[in-house]
Write a protein that binds this ligand. Structure first.
Ligand code: NOJ
Length: 599
C-alpha cells in the first residue's frame, strides 16, 4: 500500500471516530448525572442508568417564587433561584404543568401544549430556565397531561361545535338520543358524574376529572400523532423527560359498557385496564421516547405485578412509575381521604415499602416519595409536626427517602421541614378537589365537620402553600397577595434562617444528597428489612460489593429499641439527625442513623 493510501485511510478513521464520539453524546446540551461515576463503576454494577442514580426535586412552580408581584410563582422565579436549587445536590427538577391553562385544576387542564402559561412567563423564559439548569448539570422533566385537555383547548372548542366537525373524534361523545351512557366516575365532579351534557350537539362528553377537563380520544390516530409531535417538540428543545399524568387512563373501551363485574366496583382498576393501553405506550415509546436519552415516570396506581408491564426494560414502555399504595394507606376506603381514626401501623408501612423494593430487585426500577402536589406535607402525614419534633421527624423521613433502593422524588419545601397549614375554613382552599368534595358532602347532608378535620391532614393545598424563603411578609414568596395563604410559621421556618444553621433540615438534606452520591450502595445495593415486627423502628441494610450499610429510623416520639443483630459499637457513623448518634440499640425520638457495618 502506498504511503498516500495509508494516510487517506488514517484520516478517514479519525473522522469516523470523531463523528461516533459526537453521536454517542446523544445531545450535548443535556445535563449529565454522575457521568464519571457511571462510566468507571459500570463494570461492577450492571445496568446502571442516570435516572436510577438521580435525586429528583419536584417544584410546584405556582408556589416557588413570584417575581412580578401577581401572587403566582413564575419561571423567572425559578431562574432567580437556580443556585439555591443547585446547592441542594439534586440532579433532576420535575416541574408541575407549565403549559397554557385556565387553571381549573392548576395546570392539569392544558389549553395549549406548546405555549407557556401566561402567569408563569414566556417561551423565552423557559429557554433561559432550561439553559440555566443544564449549565448547572441539572436535568429538567416536564409534566405530560395526555389523558385530557382543557375545554378551552382549540381542539375541544371545535369538537363541541357539531357532530361532523373534523375535531369531533378528538374527544369521547355520546349522542343524547341514545339515553345516558353507562356510569363513569369523575374524581372532581360534585356528583361524581363523568358525563357532561353539551347542548350545541345534544351530546354528552366524558370527563374523568372536572367538566373543564374533557378526556382525549386516544383511539383516534390523529390524537396520538398530535401528542407525539408535541412531545418531540419539547425533547428537541432539550427537555430531559416527562412525568406522565394518569397515563393508564388513556385507553378506554369506547363502546362504554357497564363496568365489568370482575372489577368489583374498583374504578381505579377499571381506568387502568384499558384494552389498548400497552399498545399506545409502546407506540409512544417507538415513535418518540426511544429516540432520546430521556427519562419517563408514569403516575400509575398499579399492583406490583402490573407495574412490571410498564417498566421492565424489555417491554419498551416507561422507565419508572409511582404507585399509591404507600401514600393512600391510613385513609378510610371511600375516596375522600378521610383519616382512619385507628391511625396507621409502621409494621404495615414497612411491609408496603419492602414489597415494592423487592418487586424491582431483578427487573424494572422503582420510585419513592412521601410528598408531592397531590399529597399533604410529609412531616404532618408521616412524621410529627409538633414544634419539638417537626425538624427531627422530617430529617428522619428524608433519611428514609434517600436511603431506599429506588429513585427518590423529593418535594420542594420538604428540605425545610415545611408542614401542613391546616385551614379551618373551606374558603381558604383553592383546590377543586377539596372544594367540590365539600360541596358534594354538603349536598348529601354528610358530615362536613369530620371532612374539614381530615382535610387538615390530607388536603392537597397543604402541600401547595408558597415556599418559605425568609421571615418577611409572605415569606419572601411575593410582594403581592399570594394565590394561596403562606404558612404563618414562615417567620421561623425559612431558607434564610436554615442557611445559617449547620444542623437545619436544609443542611441535613444536603448531607443526604451527597451521601447518596458518594455511596452507590444506597442506589443499587440489596435491600433487606430487619426487625420486621418492630412497631416503632424501621431498620434495613443495603449491601453492594462487600459494603454494607445499616439504616435505623425511629418513627415514634418515644425512645425505642431495635434488635438489629449487629454490633453497632463496631460500625462507622455516616450520618445521623442527633449530635450524638445512639449505638446502644435504643433510638431517641425520631432518631435516624446511617451506619457502615464493619462486622
Ligand atoms: C394527577 C395530578 O397529579 C393531579 O394533580 C391532577 O388533579 C389529576 N391527575 C388530573 O390531571
Amino acid at each position: 500500500m502506498s504511503k498516500c493510501k495509508i494516510l487517506v485511510i488514517f484520516l478517514i478513521s479519525v473522522l469516523l471516530a470523531v463523528s461516533a464520539c459526537q453521536n454517542s453524546t446523544v445531545d450535548n446540551n443535556r445535563a449529565t448525572v454522575n457521568s464519571n461515576q457511571t462510566s468507571t463503576a459500570s463494570k461492577e454494577i450492571p445496568n446502571r442508568k442516570w435516572w436510577k442514580e438521580a435525586v429528583v426535586y419536584q417544584i410546584y412552580p405556582r408556589s416557588f417564587k413570584d417575581t412580578n408581584g401577581d401572587g403566582v410563582g413564575d419561571l423567572r422565579g425559578i431562574i432567580e433561584k437556580l443556585d439555591y436549587i443547585k446547592s441542594l445536590g439534586i440532579d433532576v427538577v420535575w416541574l408541575n404543568p407549565i403549559f397554557a391553562s385556565p387553571n381549573d385544576d392548576m395546570g392539569y387542564d392544558v389549553s395549549d401544549y406548546q405555549a407557556i402559561m401566561k402567569e408563569f412567563g414566556t417561551m423565552e423564559d423557559f429557554d433561559e430556565l432550561l439553559k440555566g439548569m443544564h449549565e448547572r448539570k441539572i436535568k429538567v422533566v416536564l409534566d405530560l397531561v395526555a389523558n385530557h385537555s382543557s375545554d378551552e383547548h382549540r381542539w375541544f372548542q371545535e369538537s363541541r361545535k357539531s357532530r361532523d366537525n373534523p375535531y369531533r373524534d378528538y374527544y369521547h361523545w355520546w349522542p343524547a338520543e341514545k339515553g345516558k351512557p353507562a356510569a363513569r366516575r369523575s374524581f372532581f365532579d360534585v356528583e361524581g358524574d363523568a358525563w357532561q351534557y353539551d347542548a350545541p350537539s345534544n351530546s354528552y362528553y366524558l370527563h374523568i376529572f372536572s367538566d373543564k377537563q374533557p378526556d382525549l380520544n386516544w383511539e383516534n390516530p390523529k390524537v396520538r400523532q398530535e401528542m407525539y409531535s408535541m412531545i418531540k417538540f419539547w425533547f428537541d428543545k432539550g427537555v430531559d423527560g416527562f412525568r406522565m399524568d394518569v397515563i393508564p387512563f388513556i385507553s378506554k373501551d369506547t363502546s362504554f359498557p357497564e363496568m365489568p363485574a370482575e372489577m368489583n366496583g374498583d374504578w381505579g382498576k377499571f381506568y387502568r385496564s384499558g384494552p389498548r393501553l400497552h399498545e399506545y405506550i409502546q407506540e409512544m415509546n417507538r415513535e418518540v421516547l426511544s429516540k432520546y436519552d430521556i427519562m419517563t415516570v408514569g403516575e400509575i396506581g398499579a399492583t406490583p405485578e402490573e407495574a412490571h408491564l410498564f417498566v421492565d426494560e424489555d417491554r419498551n414502555e416507561l422507565n419508572m412509575l409511582y404507585h399509591f399504595e404507600g401514600v393512600d394507606f391510613g385513609y378510610v376506603p371511600g375516596g375522600k381521604k378521610m383519616i382512619d381514626p385507628k391511625g396507621w401501623s409502621l409494621v404495615k408501612f414497612k411491609e408496603i415499602y419492602s414489597k415494592w423494593s423487592d418487586n424491582f430487585e431483578q427487573k424494572g426500577w422503582g420510585t419513592i416519595y412521601l410528598g408531592n402536589h397531590d399529597q399533604p406535607r410529609m412531616v404532618t402525614r408521616w412524621g410529627n409536626d409538633a414544634p419539638e419534633f417537626r425538624e427531627l421527624s422530617s430529617k428522619m423521613l428524608s433519611t428514609f427517602l434517600m436511603t431506599m433502593r429506588a429513585t427518590p422524588y423529593y418535594y420542594f419545601g420538604d428540605e425545610l421541614a415545611m408542614n401542613n397549614i391546616k385551614f379551618e375554613r373551606i374558603e381558604d382552599y383553592k383546590d377543586i378537589e377539596s372544594i367540590n368534595w365539600y360541596k358534594g358532602i354538603e349536598k348529601e347532608g354528610g358530615d362536613l365537620k369530620s371532612f374539614m378535620e381530615s382535610q387538615k391532614i390530607a388536603a392537597r393545598d397543604n402541600g401547595r402553600t408558597p415556599f418559605q424563603w425568609d421571615n418577611t411578609t409572605n415569606g419572601g414568596f411575593t410582594t403581592g397577595t399570594p394565590w394561596l395563604k403562606v404558612n404563618p410559621n414562615h417567620e421561623t421556618v425559612n431558607v434564610t434562617a436554615q442557611e445559617k444553621d449547620q444542623n437545619s433540615p436544609l443542611n441535613y438534606f444536603r448531607k443526604l444528597t451527597s451521601l447518596r452520591k458518594a455511596e452507590p450502595v444506597l442506589v443499587y445495593g440489596k435491600y433487606t428489612l430487619i426487625d420486621k415486627e418492630n412497631e416503632n423502628v424501621y431498620a434495613y441494610t443495603r449491601e453492594l460489593n462487600g459494603k454494607k450499610l445499616l439504616i435505623l429510623l425511629n418513627f415514634k416520639a418515644v425512645e425505642s429499641s431495635v434488635n438489629s443483630g449487629f454490633d453497632l459499637a463496631k460500625s462507622k457513623v455516616l450520618l445521623g439527625n442527633y449530635p450524638t448518634p445512639s449505638l446502644d440499640g435504643k433510638l431517641k425520638p425520631y432518631e435516624a442513623v446511617v451506619l457502615e457495618l464493619t462486622n
